[in-house]
Structures are given as C-alpha cells and as structure tokens.
Design a protein around this ligand. Sequence first.
Ligand code: AQP
Length: 332
Amino acid sequence: MKRIFSGLQPSGVLTLGNYLGALRRWVELQESYDCLYCIVDMHAITMPLEPTALRENIYEVAATYMACGLDPSKSTLFIQSHVAAHAELGWMLGCKTPMGWLNRMTQFKDKAGKDKEKASLGLYGYPCLQAADILLYQTHLVPVGEDQKQHIELTRDIAQSVNSAYNASLFTLPEPLISEIGARIMSLRDGNKKMSKSDPSDFSRINLRDDTDLIVQKIKKARTDAEPLPDNFDQLADRPEARNLITIYASLQGQTPQKVCETFSGQLFSIFKPALTELVIEKLEPISHRINELLSDKGELARHLKKGAERAEELASPTLRNAQNIFGFVAR
Ligand code: AQP
C-alpha cells in the first residue's frame, strides 16, 4: 500500500485554509493509503510562540484532526517531537543541503520579513527538517496546499542528491498531491495574501473553532468590491478578494468556481455573502462542536498520540539506521 505523510504546525488555531487545503483531503486519503499525519511541534518553534500556547495548540490540533474525521484506527496520528528520528535525520540532511537551495525558499523570505538577521537558524533550516519528516517514512505522496509545493520539490532534490552521493536507494522520492480547488485560500483582508493561522489579524481568517456570530462578522467585514459577480470565473482574474470568496464557496460546496459564478451571476456581495456565511456555518459548526468534546478528555487524546508515535517510531527506525550507516556513523 502506498504511503502518505503530512503535517500541520500547532502554531495557532487551525483555519479554513488548513481545512480546505489539507485536512479535508487527508480524511479521504486515509481510506486508500497508509497515512501518517503528524503535529509538527518542532516546526512550530521556528517562530516565536509561548510554551503554554504551544502546549494548548498541540492538543487542539490533535482534537481538530479527529473532529475533521481522521480516525486513529485508520491513520497514524502523532506528535513530531515524540519520534526523535525526525530531529536526527533533519540534522543529517541539513549537512547535505547547500545553502543556495535554502536561499531560494519563499516561505523563509515571507516569514523572516525585512529583518532576516533576527530570523532563527531553525526557520532557515525548516525545509531540511520537513524533508526528514517525509523521507523517514519512505513516503510516496504528500498532500499539501499550493504554498508547500516548493518545499516538497526541495525534499525530492535532497533525497535524490543523497541517494546518488552514496550510490544507494536510501529514500523514496515523494510527490506532492495538490487539490485543484481550495489549494490556496487567501486572507479575508487581502486577496493576494495567504490565509494564515499566524496572521496578526484574526479578521483575516476563519478559524475552525469560530462561533456563528464571529463567522457572520468576519464574512460581513471581508474585503470585496462593489461590482456584481460575473457569469465566468475567469473574469475575476483582477478581483482577488471576489475570487477567493467564490473559491471558498465552491470548495465547501463541492462545486467548481465556474458553477458558483453561474449561480450567482449578476448578484452583488450583499446577496452572495449571506449565502457564503450560511454554508460556512453549516460545514464548520459540527467540527467545532466535536473539537470541544474531544478537548474535554485530553488523556484520551494523549493515548491516541502515544500509540501513533510508537508506530511511527517503528517505521522510521530502519531508515534512520540505514542513513546513519551509509553516512559512516558507528552503530551503538
Ligand atoms: N491558505 C491556505 N490555503 C490552502 N492550504 C493551506 N495550508 C495552509 N494555509 C493554507 C496548508 O495547510 C497545511 C499545513 O500548514 P502548516 O501548519 O504546516 O503551515 P503553513 O503552510 O505555513 O500554514 P499557516 O496556516 O500559514 O501556518 P503559519 O501561519 O504558522 O505559517 C499545508 O499543507 C499547507 O499547504
């Protein structure tokens, strides 16, 4: 059976972007693949984050995974730092990755901002740890949003260069798996910026745990324009905010954006926004309700995560040992 690996950072409350770009797809995939879904806490500390918030977020992400439909009896759900092989292989791959490759990564440029001198080494080396996450499990497919495509390509480059440097087939070359619709959900305040859980403005995103009132307010305040909606999605090329709201609707409704344009053709946002609000609430309310239920028993969540980590460790161990041997380390 082909293997899938993916992960989410517990860097905040998960958003509609995380759901549509990643989680929803993961749930479908668990029916036909051997899936490992990780809570990548070691990635989350590459940016400033309070320890108490991180701990809360980790449980919250675990509860969100399960509330969205990930089933611990079908998928391996675990916390990255519970499997030390991630850090070990991450370091080894970092030593084999030219800085020139890392310098091209747009995520580092976006997250480091203007003051690169203050960014951490961890943020710069993030893609090497991500490569380790994926390569440890001989992963075939990595379901991600569009924003992560570059990192998966880098993972392939690292795997290929290590395999050929040591003339060994140490790592399987993974492929990204990117949905056609919902792969890039944008901020509600700026249609050219990705919806992100760490954006300082809460009104830039819809969180999976937002209550009905907040969803109503956020969609009401979402930036749009005064033009009516066209009957053709392609005509929204220069209207990023309108394009984004149509994409969200289409993605949640399981329709093409073109079909949504046909339905709402000629309508203003005063008509479209309430329809979108209703749909978002209908889809997210059961999820947020279930998250709250699951969070009321953290012991149970921890038991699932422990079992997941045990399986992940078993799977990761042969690849790590092999890599250590090939690199020339002496076995203990
Ligand atoms: N806006 C988005 N649209 C579609 N997919 C998205 N993803 C994230 N944002 C969107 C997908 O969610 C998965 C996990 O992301 P992550 O937590 O590892 O980090 P990220 O991509 O950097 O996501 P965020 O929400 O923007 O986190 P912060 O703010 O901490 O950086 C990935 O598959 C990603 O593609």
